[in-house]
Structures are given as structure tokens and as C-alpha cells.
Ligand binder design. Structure first.
Ligand SMILES: Cc1cc2nc3c(=O)[nH]c(=O)nc-3n(C[C@H](O)[C@H](O)[C@H](O)COP(=O)(O)OP(=O)(O)OC[C@H]3O[C@@H](n4cnc5c(N)ncnc54)[C@H](O)[C@@H]3O)c2cc1C
Length: 384
């Protein structure tokens, strides 16, 4: 059984109402224009959704994994693209909270107290996607700063962010052992933005290329010590798949199921609501089964993380199962929801084609579903 605390139930209610009032009326327009919704980001900030994982004195609620899942799920029911702003911002803050030293926390946390700062998670490169240990962006220590050179692509919440969690090689050629994690601030000389992708879905959240040309980053912005980047990525970064791709997909599936169910009650063909036909009833039943199963997997994985007592060997495959199953569920549920709406579902007058396009993106980011299956089978069989 999924058990939420009173605080979590209040958070869920607050976000549900906020999203209904402020995000729902804008969701289609954000997708159509593909423009970053600054107004929504402001509302999220004012309601504490950009600072969730921070301590209370910096405007946060010390959000645990489950609270993050709840928030992202609620936003993604209506607009996964808007949810991404919260997701990528918490992704940086989460690593800072867990992996930053006291000096870094004292220096960076106050910058977030105003609740208007946005962050991005920067790993992927043109020649390094699934094979993340092969990144080539270099960060070489020179005096009191690291000099960055290289290109990153597909970075969500791209040019609109204030802070970037960047993975780079401090010891090039040493693979995972040579990788380190840094916080890089917007405006750093030599750090600029390139191509913005014209995406199929998740539109309104800019997916952007980042360019580093002799960009100097203060050496104090290295998180942990040199060579800890891979560990941070796998220890902290991978857990975010529960409240990242998985919760986003759960929200998408729930939003699509709710819409299709309402439509099936109203749409009359052959003198009856289409919901009275068994073919439609069984499609909806299968969509509901998958969605409930996805919810159970996510919150079970999240509960295991929050307990802090389970070994990483148990948690890692659970997180991958939750990511894989939920994103595949969102794809199936949205595709069937479009089918239930017939020709109308295929038009932009209804939200389901957007949800279907959004669902495709979530199967790819946060580690593709093939890579999740690699992780699950490696935990079953060991490494060959
Ligand atoms: C909407 C969106 C947002 C994104 N946001 C971010 C972001 O904020 N930050 C960031 O760093 N990155 C981001 N990414 C990048 C994303 O993480 C990568 O696209 C993803 O990891 C896959 O890398 P790739 O595109 O290079 O595909 P590749 O790694 O080239 O893979 C191509 C295909 O081969 C398969 N494949 C690769 N290796 C294996 C294997 N060993 N076994 C089986 N199959 C395999 C993959 O599953 C895939 O189907 C985003 C991507 C998208 C689409």
C-alpha cells in the first residue's frame, strides 16, 4: 500500500490545485509556441516548487524522494514540459545537498532562497549518450580554476537556467574514474549556447546545446573531489529516475486515462456512449491496470530509497524497472487514448496527441529503456 504523510497529502493537494488553475489553461499554447513559460516558472517558485529539496531556512521542505515523485506526477498530468523545470532544478539541488561540502552549501543555498533560480543537468554529448562514461568535455585544473572545453547536447531547461550541473573529464582518457561534477553559473565567460532542438514533444522546455570554449570555473565549484563524478551520477543521479522520467510518465498516463474515460462516457455512436462497447471498456481497463501497476512500482522504489536501509544492489534494478515500465506504460496508454477519441484524438483540438508525443520523449531521456533493461539484467546475471 502507498502511504503518504499528512504533509505529502497537503503538498499533493496544493500542487493539484495550482496546476489546474495556472498550468492547464496554458498547456496547449506552451506546446504550440514551444516558448519557455516564464510565468509558470514564477508561480512554481512562489509556491516553493523550485526549492523543494533545500532545508527550510532556504525556502525548501527537505523533500524526500516520495515528495518529489508526488509533485512531478501532479504537474505532468497536465504538462510534462512544465514538470521538467522542477525536475532539472531539483536534479542539481539534490546532488548539491547530498554531495556538496559545507562551504558549497553555505555559498549556493542562499542564492536559491529567492526561489526564482532554475537549473539544468548536463551530461550528454554528441558522441556520448547511453555510454556516459565516454564523455569528452575536459575540465583541466589551471591555477585556481578549471578550464572547460567541449560540447554538450540535448540539455533540458537549456539556456533558461541559472546554474548547471556539468559532468566533465578532469582526467581525460580514464573513463568513469576521470569524471568529475561541477556547478557552472550562467554568464561564465567562454560558456555559451548553441542549437535549440525542434522536438516532437515536451515542447516549451528548451533542449539546447551547451558550448565550453576555455570557460574558467572556480575550483571551489568542483563537487566532492576529482574523479567522484561517476559515483555521484550513479549514486544520486540514477535515483532521480523515480521522480524524473518515471513520475513524469505516470502523470502522463493518468492524464490520458482520465481524458479518454470522460470522452468514452460522452461520445455517442450507434445511439449509445462508446463507453458501453466492450472493446472500449476493455481498452480502458487495460490502461487502468498498467497505470496502477506503474504507480505501485514507482512508489515502492521511492519508499525503498527513503527508508535508507536497502542496499544499492536492491534499489538500482527497482528504479530501472520503475523508469522502464512507467514510460512504456505512458506510451501505450496515450496511444490507446488517441484511439478511443478516434479522428478527434489525432487533432490538436484535443490534448491526447500532445500527451502521446510527450510520452515518446520520456522513453528516451533519463537513460533509454534499453539501458534500463541492461541494468536490470546485469543485476540478475552479473556482468559478462
Ligand atoms: C527530450 C530529451 C531531453 C533530454 N534531456 C537531457 C538533459 O537534461 N541532460 C542530459 O545530459 N541529457 C539529456 N537528454 C539526452 C538523453 O539522456 C540521451 O538522448 C539518451 O541517454 C540516449 O543517448 P543518445 O540519444 O545519444 O542515444 P544512443 O546512446 O546513441 O542510443 C541509440 C539507441 O541505441 C540504444 N543503445 C545504446 N547502447 C545500448 C546498449 N548497450 N544496449 C542496448 N541498446 C543500446 C539506445 O537505447 C537507443 O535506442 C535528453 C534527451 C531527450 C530526448
Amino acid at each position: 500500500m502507498i502511504h503518504f504523510t499528512e504533509e505529502q497529502k497537503m503538498m499533493q493537494e496544493m500542487v493539484r490545485k495550482l496546476v489546474k488553475d495556472k498550468v492547464a489553461p496554458r498547456a496547449a499554447e506552451i506546446d504550440e509556441t514551444d516558448e519557455f513559460p516564464w510565468d509558470i516558472a514564477k508561480v512554481f517558485g512562489e509556491n516553493g516548487l523550485l526549492n523543494l529539496v533545500l532545508p527550510e531556512e532556504y525556502g525548501g521542505v527537505n523533500a524526500n524522494n516520495t515528495t518529489l515523485c508526488i509533485v512531478i506526477e501532479e504537474i505532468a498530468k497536465v504538462s510534462p514540459a512544465c514538470g521538467l523545470t522542477v525536475f532539472t532544478t531539483q536534479a542539481l539541488l539534490n546532488v548539491l545537498v547530498r554531495g556538496g561540502n559545507e562551504e558549497q552549501k553555505n555559498r549556493f543555498f542562499p542564492k536559491f532562497a529567492s526561489a526564482d533560480k532554475i537549473c539544468a543537468f548536463v551530461l550528454t554529448e554528441p558522441n556520448s549518450g547511453s555510454d556516459a562514461a565516454s564523455i569528452q568535455t575536459k575540465a583541466i585544473l589551471d591555477g585556481d580554476s578549471y578550464v572547460f572545453n567541449g560540447n554538450k547536447i540535448f540539455i533540458s531547461t537549456g539556456e533558461v537556467s541559472d546554474f548547471y550541473l556539468v559532468f566533465a573529464m578532469t582526467r581525460p582518457g580514464e573513463g568513469a574514474k576521470g569524471m568529475s561534477a561541477f556547478i557552472v553559473e550562467k554568464g561564465t565567460p567562454g560558456f555559451s549556447f548553441g542549437k535549440k532542438e525542434n522536438k516532437m514533444g515536451l515542447r516549451g522546455n528548451p533542449t539546447v546545446e551547451l558550448i565550453f570554449e576555455d570557460a574558467r570555473v572556480p575550483k571551489e565549484n568542483l563537487l566532492g573531489e576529482e574523479g567522484r563524478g561517476w559515483k555521484m551520477l550513479t549514486e544520486y543521479g540514477n535515483l532521480m529516475r523515480t521522480w524524473g522520467a518515471a513520475s513524469t510518465s505516470l502523470g502522463i498516463a493518468e492524464g490520458a486515462l482520465e481524458y479518454a474515460t470522460g470522452y468514452a462516457r460522452e461520445r455517442i455512436q450507434f445511439g449509445k456512449p462508446i463507453g458501453s462497447f466492450q472493446a472500449i471498456q476493455f481498452m480502458l481497463a487495460d490502461m487502468a491496470i498498467l497505470t496502477e501497476a506503474a504507480r505501485s512500482l514507482i512508489y515502492r522504489a521511492s519508499w525503498m530509497i527513503d527508508q535508507g536501509t536497502e542496499s544499492s544492489g536492491k534499489i538500482e534494478p527497482m528504479v530501472s524497472m520503475a523508469k522502464c515500465f512507467t514510460t512504456d506504460t505512458a506510451m501505450k496508454v496515450t496511444t490507446d487514448a488517441v484511439q478511443i477519441l478516434g479522428g478527434y484524438g489525432y487533432t490538436k483540438d484535443y490534448p491526447l496527441e500532445r500527451m502521446m508525443r510527450d510520452a515518446k520523449g520520456v522513453q528516451i531521456f533519463d537513460g533509454t529503456n534499453q539501458i534500463q533493461r541492461v541494468i536490470i539484467s546485469r543485476n540478475l546475471l552479473g556482468k559478462f
